[in-house]
Design a protein around this ligand. Structure first.
Ligand code: EPZ
Length: 421
C-alpha cells in the first residue's frame, strides 16, 4: 500500500493546469452507451474511477480506446446489461449506469451501491423516478438490483431534492423513453450542463440544464459520432487553491471556468486571499500572513458553496485566526475526516451537521488515514501547512479524484512523496 509523506512548511508557488472534471466525465461515459456509434471525449482526467468506468463499459460490450486524456467509446453493439458486481462495488457512482443501460437495453442488473464514509447515500429518488417512467424495480437478494422496462414512458418528475445523480440518471433514461420527460427541481451543477451538451451533440433533444427544469424528448435510436471536451474540474481547482492559501503561497491555476468556482473563490477572498482572474480561464491566488476565520459557511447545491470543498476549507480554516462554523447541509455525516485533523493539532468540535473550528497557530505533522476522497484532500492541505512530517495512508481514496497528486504538488514546491508502506 502506498502512503504520502509530506514535510510541511514550504510555500506553494507556480502554475497548475486543471484537468477535466471527474464528476462530468463519469455521467458522460455512461451516456456514450446510448449512442450506437463512436463517441470521442477529450480532456478526460486519468483517475481510478474513470478506469473503473471504462472496465464496466467494456464488460457491457463497448470497444474502448484511451490515449492520455482522449477516450474513444464504440457502443455500436452491446453484449450485456449486467454491471459486474466487483466493479460496481469498487465505485459507488456506477449507479449512474442505471438509466443509460435501462434506456438502451430495456433492463439492467447492478449491485446496490453501499453507503460510504460521508453518508448513507440512498438511491430512492433514482428508483422512484424510473418507476414513474414505467420501469419495474426488483430489489433481488444479496444486494443486487434488477430494473426492467420494455418501453420507458416520458413523464413529469419532481425531485424532492436536487440530486445530481438522480437528475443524470433520469436524463439518460429519458433519452429512449416515449415522448417528453420534464425534470423539476433538477440539479443545476455545471456537470449536468456538460452532460446536456454531450447529449445534444449525440442528437438528443434536451434543454434546461442549469435552470432547475430540464426537458428531454425521447428518441427511437441514436447513431452519431459526437466529439466532446469535458469541462475542467472545479473541485480540483478549489483544492489546489486552498492548499496554496494554507501554505501562505501563491498559485496560478489555468484551464478553469471562473464561474464554476465563484463560490469557492468568494470564501478564499473572505479568508484574506488575494484573487485575480483573467481571460482564458486563468485564476491567481496570493495569501500573505495570517488568514482570518469565516463566521459561517453552509454547503449547498450549486451555485452555493460545494459540499465537495467542505473538508478542504475546514482544513484551511483550522489555521486561520478566529473561530469559524461550517454547516454541511448536503450529506449527513461528512465530518468523519476531522478526527484525523485533530491528530495534527486542529481544534474542531463537530455538533451534528455543524463543525466549530477554532484556528490554531500551527499544526504538527502526524500519521493520519484518509477514509474518503475529499477528506483525504483535506489531510494533504493540513500536512502541507503543518510543522514536520505527515504520513497519509489510504491514498487509494485520493487517487480516485486527483491525478498524480504528489507530482502536481511537488512541481509547485511541496515536499511530498509517494512511498510504498
Ligand atoms: C454527486 O454525488 C457527486 N458524485 C458527489 O461528489 C457530490 O458530493 C454530490 O453529487 C453532491 O454535489 C458524482 O458526481 C460522481 P446527490 P450524488 O444525489 O449524485 C441524497 C466527490 O467527492 N439522496 O446530489 O450521489 C444523498 O444522500 C463526490 O466527488 C437521497 O436521499 O449526490 C445526499 O444527502 C462525493 N436519495 C443528497 O441527496 C437519492 O435517491 C445529495 O446527493 C439520491 C440522493
Amino acid at each position: 500500500m502506498s502512503i504520502l509523506t509530506i514535510t510541511g512548511g514550504s510555500k506553494l508557488s507556480g502554475i497548475i493546469e486543471i484537468p477535466g472534471a471527474k464528476n462530468a466525465v463519469l455521467p458522460v461515459l455512461a451516456a456514450t452507451l446510448l449512442n450506437k456509434g463512436i463517441s470521442i471525449l477529450e480532456n478526460c482526467p486519468e483517475l481510478d474511477d474513470v478506469f473503473t468506468m471504462l472496465e464496466i463499459l467494456s464488460a457491457l460490450g463497448c470497444k474502448i480506446e484511451r490515449e492520455g486524456s482522449r477516450i474513444i467509446v464504440d457502443a455500436t453493439t452491446l453484449s450485456s446489461s449486467v454491471i459486474p458486481e466487483n466493479l460496481a462495488k469498487r465505485m459507488r457512482s456506477s449507479i449512474i449506469m442505471l438509466g443509460a443501460v435501462l434506456g438502451r437495453c430495456g433492463d439492467v442488473l447492478v449491485s446496490y451501491p453501499g453507503g460510504c464514509e460521508i453518508g448513507m447515500r440512498p438511491i430512492d429518488m433514482h428508483l422512484r423516478a424510473l418507476e414513474q417512467m414505467g420501469a419495474e424495480v426488483d430489489g433481488l437478494s444479496h444486494g443486487m438490483l434488477k430494473v426492467s422496462a420494455s418501453k420507458l414512458q416520458g413523464c413529469e418528475i419532481l425531485l424532492d431534492y436536487p440530486s445530481v445523480g438522480a437528475t443524470e440518471n433520469i436524463m439518460l433514461a429519458a433519452t429512449y423513453a416515449e415522448g417528453e420527460t420534464i425534470i423539476r427541481n433538477a440539479a443545476k451543477e455545471p456537470e449536468i450542463e456538460d452532460l446536456q451538451e454531450f447529449l445534444k451533440k449525440m442528437g438528443v433533444d434536451v434543454s434546461g440544464a442549469g435552470s432547475g427544469v430540464i426537458r428531454i424528448q425521447g428518441k427511437k435510436e441514436i447513431k452519431s459520432e459526437p466529439v466532446h471536451k469535458i469541462i475542467p474540474d472545479r473541485i480540483v481547482a478549489g483544492t489546489y487553491l486552498a492548499a496554496a492559501a494554507a501554505t501562505g503561497g501563491s498559485l496560478v491555476v489555468t484551464g478553469v471556468e471562473y464561474d464554476h468556482i465563484g463560490s469557492i473563490l468568494y470564501c478564499l477572498k473572505r479568508i484574506g486571499c488575494k484573487i485575480k482572474h483573467y481571460q482564458g480561464g486563468v485564476v491567481t491566488l496570493e495569501s500573505q500572513g495570517r488568514l482570518k476565520a469565516i463566521d459561517l459557511i453552509r454547503t449547498s447545491p450549486y451555485p452555493g458553496f460545494p459540499t465537495d470543498m467542505q473538508p478542504q476549507i475546514v482544513s484551511l480554516l483550522s489555521i486561520c485566526s478566529g473561530t469559524s462554523i461550517v454547516v454541511e447541509t448536503v450529506f449527513e455525516s461528512r465530518f468523519r475526516y476531522t478526527e484525523q485533523l485533530l491528530k495534527l493539532g486542529a481544534d474542531i468540535n463537530v455538533q451534528g451537521r455543524a463543525a466549530i473550528i477554532r484556528g490554531v497557530e500551527k499544526l504538527k505533522g502526524a500519521e493520519v488515514e484518509a477514509r474518503d476522497l475529499r477528506g483525504g484532500a483535506a489531510l494533504i492541505i493540513a500536512g502541507l501547512a503543518a510543522e514536520g512530517e505527515t504520513r497519509i495512508s489510504g491514498v487509494g481514496y485520493i487517487d480516485r479524484g486527483y491525478e498524480k497528486v504528489e507530482k502536481v504538488l511537488s512541481k509547485v514546491g511541496a515536499q511530498i512523496r509517494r512511498v510504498e508502506d
